[in-house]
Design a protein around this ligand. Sequence first.
Ligand code: G3H
Ligand code: ZN
Length: 299
Amino acid sequence: MLVHIGRIIHKKMLGKYAVPAFNTSDLEMTQGIVRAAEKQKAPVIIQTSVGALEYAGIEELIGIIKVEARQASVPIALHQDHCHDFVLIKKLINLGYSSIMVDASHLPYKENLKLTKQVVSYAHKQGVWVQAELGRILGNEDWQNVKSGDDLMTDPIQAAEFVADTRIDTLAIAVGSVHGIPVDPRIKKILSTLKEHVDIERVRQIRLKVKIPLVMHGASGVPDNQIRAAIKYGVAVFNIDTDLRVAFNKALRTNIKKNPQIYDPRKLFRPATDALQAMAERKLKLMKTSGHAKRFKNN
Ligand code: G3H
Ligand code: ZN
């Protein structure tokens, strides 16, 4: 069932379990995610990136997700990932997203604050949640002006001010996790200055000051024990894309290598979708999301 994100992300879950926000860009990824959620009786967030919407087509991708979600017996919320285009944000809200991430973290603090406030004011009137980001989550396109590990991180005091000023619903924190698999030597150098993949003590400090649910981006590749520790300190959502893609990709390549005679995309994609589903199920078990869909009724 397609539900508002507020039905699956709430204060009662904080410290106990989390819900993964899985990225999708197509039918296969969406089906793998939904099947995993069904099998694990788990709520799940399905999110789109701007790139995924461009790849598949806005209406096309949203159509696939909505149909799959509505047919599912588990609650599924639709969220837009990193976006700083207010026009697109308005369009997606009209198309039924219950949550939007306005990502202006690349801008100076005051500009981030201004754009975030504008989006909150618009979105809240429609009952839509807003996520914003403070700090820098490194990735292929977002490494500029970062010289050391500390430059990446969310400052707990600033985070508390930002949340109070903007009235956002969830906060994306930068605590050392990285988008994708780091290949850029500049990113690798910065990461080498960090003691651990994720600065759990910083998560704890942010939690002491910020009471809304926290979101960890770049959660692929974060060691299991750090995911568990982050949940303990109030991370309610983990964004996962790369681990799903890698699982799909590996299985697809193996299948093509083993069966060079197959030319039907359906036969090529089937084991890849199954591998993606297995990875999504692994994350649902790790985050203790499994079983939390049981109390939901479709209304
Ligand atoms: O916003 C999307 C994510 O933060 C996913 O990051 O590809 O490293 O899992 P990931
Ligand atoms: Zn992200």
